[in-house]
Design a protein around this ligand. Structure first.
Ligand SMILES: Nc1ncnc2c1ncn2[C@@H]1O[C@H](COP(=O)(O)OP(=O)(O)OP(=O)(O)O)[C@@H](O)[C@H]1O
Ligand SMILES: [Mg+2]
Length: 433
């Protein structure tokens, strides 16, 4: 199956991040991209595998993924062999080592260029993947299937649009973060909110950013969504625009034609004597932080930077800045998770007693991840409340999706020890545990 070939490959890719690949310029980024795309595809592959025989386009795509997985595996095997090559002892060993060193360097560049070739193939199949997912989702609805596969992808990005009434369970963290922003020293401080995707980092920070006290305290503010593939020039121009708009100043002439260094200088000069709050949402790599931090001066006006990240390295690096703090997002507690599920599934009405057991079981599978709760509730809300079998099916497909989603499995591990204690232990009709 293509899914197992890709999973096998992902296991091989993981250790490379600690090895020599990071010495080769650009290759690490290529591998990060490769891994990200493959991870994204695995969950879909499970479903696509089932469609292989009935859809010619899916069949071709699966074959391409399988071929890429096998080709990448060969290249990575070659690379691993190069690493493990033994040179022997003594004079012969030294001469052998020297000649191997030259051969190895050439071989590594060949491996690197083969990897880049594989990535350009990955880029093409990723495009098809996007199209197929869309097609697949439509086929799914058409067939009346209630699988929960990928439904949470549709809810990403809503965090900036949520109304206060949509939000549950974060009053305390809002208070804590507002406190961190308003108290503390007069030097610039960096507050990171860290945790896996879908835990509600952006939702939380947006509420803090919009809090009346915060807006009043930081007249100069900007919200920048960084993302994995940000373009620095556009990011800096956006920041400059928001900062000027916040204090109703016109944007200086000619910013459109400025290079990144000129833009950074302009931002730095603008902020130098002002108390500012900048949010950098969704910072994927250290590079994201490194490329803007010098534009944000360490003045003595009580300025603050908040960033959200899934990357623990980014959080720990920013925490060593003077006054740096990290807020680690936790899964929603049981009560709040239930509140969110009911809000989204029954639109304010209470859960009918005969659906409580199955709803609780489905909720337990979400392990307090707001994105999963909102997504599964979106599916449940469309189900006939009298058809418990349909609700069971949602539970089943959610189980499979969580098993196929490494990130959710990680969360499951972390959260299970906490939540097991709180769960009532009611059993779930035929759902995989
Ligand atoms: N406290 C909450 N109350 C209600 N819904 C929430 C809450 N937190 C998150 N959500 C829901 O989960 C979705 C995902 O949350 P959010 O985008 O904030 O996660 P994130 O941690 O920033 O994820 P990513 O790392 O992918 O950016 C939101 O769009 C929202 O629908
Ligand atoms: Mg986010």
């Amino acid at each position: 199956m293509a899914e197992s070939a890709v999973k096998f490959l992902l296991e091989k890719v993981a250790p490379l991040f600690d090895n020599d690949l990071q010495l080769m310029k650009g290759v690490r980024e290529e591998i990060v991209y490769l891994r990200g795309e493959l991870e994204r595809m695995t969950a879909f592959l499970r479903i696509a595998d089932a469609f292989e025989e009935s859809d010619a386009e899916v069949k071709v795509w699966i074959k391409q993924v399988r071929d890429i997985a096998h080709d990448s595996e060969d290249v990575l095997d070659e690379f691993t062999l190069l690493q493990a090559h033994d040179h022997g002892e003594g004079l012969y060993g030294s001469i052998h080592r020297f000649s191997c060193c030259i051969k190895n360097t050439k071989a590594r560049y060949r491996v690197a260029s083969e990897l880049q070739g594989i990535n350009s193939r990955i880029r093409k199949i990723s495009e098809v993947h996007k199209r197929l997912r869309h097609k697949f989702n439509m086929a799914e609805q058409g067939s009346g299937s209630s699988t929960a596969g990928h439904m949470w992808e549709d809810y990403r990005g809503d965090a900036l649009l949520l109304e206060k009434t949509d939000i549950v369970g974060i009053d305390k963290p809002i208070k804590q973060l507002v406190g961190w922003l308003l108290s503390g020293g007069s030097s610039r401080e960096v507050v990171s909110v860290a945790g896996m995707g879908g835990l509600g980092k952006t939702t939380l920070v947006k509420q803090v950013y919009d809090a009346a006290k915060v807006k009043k305290h930081f007249k100069v503010h900007a919200w920048i969504t960084v993302t994995q593939s940000f373009k620095l020039g556009e990011l800096l121009k956006d920041m400059l625009q928001q900062l000027h708009k916040a204090i109703r100043r016109p944007l200086p002439q000619g910013t459109n034609n400025m290079n990144n260094n000129q833009l950074k200088t302009l931002i730095k000069d603008f902020l130098q004597k002002r108390r500012y709050l900048i949010v950098l949402d969704d910072v994927w790599h250290l590079y994201g932080w490194d490329s803007v931090k010098y534009a944000l001066p360490n003045n003595i006006c009580g300025s603050r930077i908040m960033l959200t990240t899934r990357n623990a390295d980014v959080a720990s690096t920013t925490s060593v800045e003077p006054g740096g703090k990290v807020y680690n997002m936790e899964p929603l507690p049981q009560l709040e998770s239930w509140e969110l599920l009911c809000k989204k599934t029954f639109q304010g009405s209470p859960c009918p007693p005969y659906l409580e057991e199955i709803s609780n079981c489905i909720l337990r599978k979400c392990e307090g991840l707001p994105l999963a709760i909102v997504a599964v509730s979106g599916v449940l809300a469309t189900k006939d409340k009298r058809r418990i079998d349909e609700w069971d099916m949602v539970g089943h497909s959610l189980g499979a999706e969580i098993e196929g989603n490494d990130k959710l499995k990680d969360l499951k591990k972390r959260a299970s020890s906490k939540q097991k204690k709180k769960n009532t232990g009611r059993c779930c009709r035929g759902l995989p545990q």
